[in-house]
Every structure is written in structure tokens, then in C-alpha cells.
Design a binder for this molecule. Structure first.
Ligand SMILES: O=C(O)CCC(=O)C(=O)O
Length: 273
């Protein structure tokens, strides 16, 4: 540990803006290996899909409790938008999460000498069909599953060049400094997690186009989003989220919830005398 820790300039930039970018962190051949592993996982999960989907806000979800994974689809199509968590499903992808190029800067983001993986997301914006990621902070999403949601931080690795046309990440500079923003209260359960954009029309969501192999890192209060992929090019990215050591992972929380539901069902079906 040591060389990949945040520099003084990066620390100062992070405090002011809420994110840090590092370009060309992973080589083209490393990115190619990661993409192959990701596409293999996607193929496997598509083959095992169950079509028990529900729509919330702009997302279509399919929970798979047996494998502790949530798949996001592009509506009712067979195109995957996202997979979370996934490290427990693929040892090679799990190994990348422990690469020092992620772990060392995360020491500073998480504020722990030994940050642990909390959850991971594979986000796919397929050419021409990859959908929007609405304006949000990660914090409300972590509230139910993370022990210290304010300390969870994410490193996003771009597997393709991300551009204005294919839906690069957009961030609100400095947005992390004002805690939790006002979220939608209009309808679905997810509204509580997405920012009420109508209350923040004056906020500029700044595009961060980045080459494949680059990473952007941010904490749970940075406001961010991305547009649909309107281009003929892929825009794939991995997001590894870290937390202080000793806390349960997202998979642990999902398995505990599945077990609690199983017990409740068993109790309900036990005849009383
Ligand atoms: O993939 C993107 O552009 C946005 C990622 C994101 O914010 C998320 O999945 O929470």
C-alpha cells in the first residue's frame, strides 16, 4: 500500500468537487480481459432469466434471490442495463475489485486502512438502447444495506471510451458538500432514492467523458447521472463500492433478507394448535 493513495492535489480537488479522476489506469489488454469476463457473466444471467420483472421509475428490475443478484433490464427487452452485485458470481471479476489501483485510493475515500468491498455493479449502456441513469446520490440507496452509508465510496472503471453520445457520467461539482439532496416524493418506492430534478433545474450536470481504462471515484453524496446511449458504440462500466472493514456486504444483506422472508413464510404455514 502507499503509491496509489490520493496525492495532496487530489485530496484538495476531492474536498472541493466531490470526485477524483485518474486516466489510463488499466491497460487495453486488462480492459479486454475484464470485458470478456463481464460479457460471459451477462450471457449466463440472460440464459437464466426468469421474467419476474417489475418497473420502478425508469428502471425494470428482476431480483434473483437464489443467486443474490438484481438484474436491471432495458424495459421488457432482453437487453441488460445493469447487474448488482456480481463479485460472488465470478472469481475473476472479484479479483479485480481487490486490485491496489482501486484499494489504495479507497483508503482515503473510505477513511479506513483496509477498505472492504461493499457492492459492485456492472452497468451496460448498449448502442442505441442503453437507458438513462437518473440524477441521484448513492447515499439513499445504501441506507438499508450499508452499516455506514455515508462512508461508502465508489470507483467506476470505464470499459469503453465514454462520450457525450454514448452516455458518459455527469456530475454536479461540489454537490457532495450539502448532504442529502431533496428526492422525488411523487410516486414509486424508488422516488425516495432519486433527486427531485425539478427542484434543481439551476444545477449543471457536467459531462466527464473518459477513455476506456480510466476511473472516476466519488463518495456517496456526489450527485451524478448519465444520459441514454444514442450512439452505435458500447458504453460499459464497472462500479466497485467500498466500505470500512468489518461490515457486511450487500450480498450478506440480501441473503439475510431472503432468509428472513423464508422464515416468515415457514412460520405462517405452520399450523397452530
Ligand atoms: O453508469 C452510469 O452512468 C451511472 C452509474 C450510477 O450512477 C449508478 O449505477 O448508480
Amino acid at each position: 500500500m502507499g503509491s496509489g493513495r490520493l496525492t495532496a492535489d487530489e485530496r484538495e480537488f476531492l474536498a472541493r468537487n466531490g470526485f477524483v479522476v485518474r486516466e489510463n489506469v488499466f491497460s487495453a489488454s486488462e480492459v479486454a480481459d475484464i470485458k470478456t469476463a463481464c460479457e460471459d457473466l451477462v450471457k449466463r444471467l440472460v440464459a437464466e432469466r426468469r421474467r419476474r420483472r417489475y418497473h420502478v421509475g425508469s428502471y425494470t428490475f428482476e431480483p434473483n434471490n437464489d443467486q443474490a443478484v438484481m438484474i436491471k433490464w432495458e424495459g421488457d427487452s432482453d437487453v441488460v442495463h445493469g447487474i448488482e452485485p456480481f463479485a460472488h458470481l465470478d472469481p475473476a471479476l472479484k479479483a479485480w475489485a481487490h486490485d491496489s489501483r482501486f484499494l489504495e485510493p479507497m483508503v482515503d475515500f473510505v477513511g479506513d486502512a483496509h477498505p472492504n468491498l461493499f457492492t459492485e455493479k456492472l452497468n451496460l449502456k448498449r448502442p442505441g438502447v442503453g437507458g438513462v441513469n437518473p440524477m441521484h446520490q448513492d447515499y439513499p440507496y445504501w441506507l438499508d444495506s450499508a452499516k455506514e452509508p455515508a462512508r461508502v465510496a465508489t470507483a467506476m472503471l470505464f470499459l469503453d471510451d465514454s462520450t457525450l453520445e454514448n452516455g458518459c457520467l455527469r456530475v454536479a461539482r461540489g454537490s457532495h458538500a450539502s448532504g442529502q439532496w431533496r428526492n422525488r416524493t411523487d410516486s414509486d418506492e424508488f422516488g425516495a432514492n432519486e433527486i427531485d430534478a425539478s427542484a434543481y433545474t439551476h444545477i449543471a450536470m457536467e459531462p466527464l467523458p473518459l477513455r476506456a481504462g480510466s476511473i472516476v471515484m466519488f463518495g456517496s453524496f456526489l450527485v451524478h447521472c448519465s444520459e441514454p446511449n444514442r450512439s452505435p458504440h458500447e458504453r460499459r462500466a464497472l462500479l466497485f463500492s467500498y466500505q470500512p472493514a468489518g461490515h457486511p456486504t450487500m450480498v450478506d444483506s440480501m441473503n439475510a433478507a431472503t432468509e428472513a422472508r423464508r422464515r416468515a413464510r415457514a412460520q405462517q404455514s405452520t399450523p397452530t394448535t
